[in-house]
Design a protein. Structure first.
Length: 155
């Protein structure tokens, strides 16, 4: 784990390295979780293996947002805390707006397909995720694959 150099003109950021064992590439902006803690995951948990997030229940092992494409079986960088430039939003089959204009809709939850995010989590429900969250900081229209900026707290 390393922290972006602290200075007065850049946002603070914390990163960690993960080993992609998802069976497919993890794309920049995907949510990533550590392997372990549930069912068959326990047998291979080693503190670095990771897969794309695929459900709200995965958030207790939330590692962060991929800041680079990570090929299957390769190692890559995930941002665990701070301002994120690229969070991949879910295309839900219809045009939707994800944004921070409505209180209670700025906290993102995992959406289909795996690794992507959608709106709808009320801040009161954060304990469900162990107080780990992804928060959108700009409004984005989603009619196909889209990205937004925001804040991640996976520590």
């Amino acid at each position: 784990m390393f922290s972006h150099q602290v200075n007065r003109t850049d946002a603070d950021k914390v990163f960690t390295v993960v080993h992609n064992v998802d069976g497919a590439s993890i794309t920049t902006g995907h949510g990533v979780r550590y392997v372990g803690g549930v069912g068959a995951d326990n047998a291979s948990a080693d503190g670095i293996q990771a897969v794309k997030i695929n459900a709200a229940a995965d958030c207790f092992n939330f590692a962060g947002i991929a800041v680079q494409d990570i090929a299957d079986t390769e190692y890559g960088l995930v941002q665990s805390w701070g301002y994120v430039d690229s969070i991949m939003l879910s295309h839900e089959g219809t045009s939707v707006t994800v944004g921070s204009e409505t209180f209670g809709k700025e906290i993102l939850v995992p959406g289909p397909p795996n690794g992507t995010w959608t709106s709808g989590q009320a801040p009161q429900g954060l304990s469900t995720f162990g107080w780990k969250y992804v928060q959108v900081w700009n409004t984005a229209g989603v009619s196909a694959q889209a990205w937004c900026k925001g804040f991640v707290r996976a520590l």
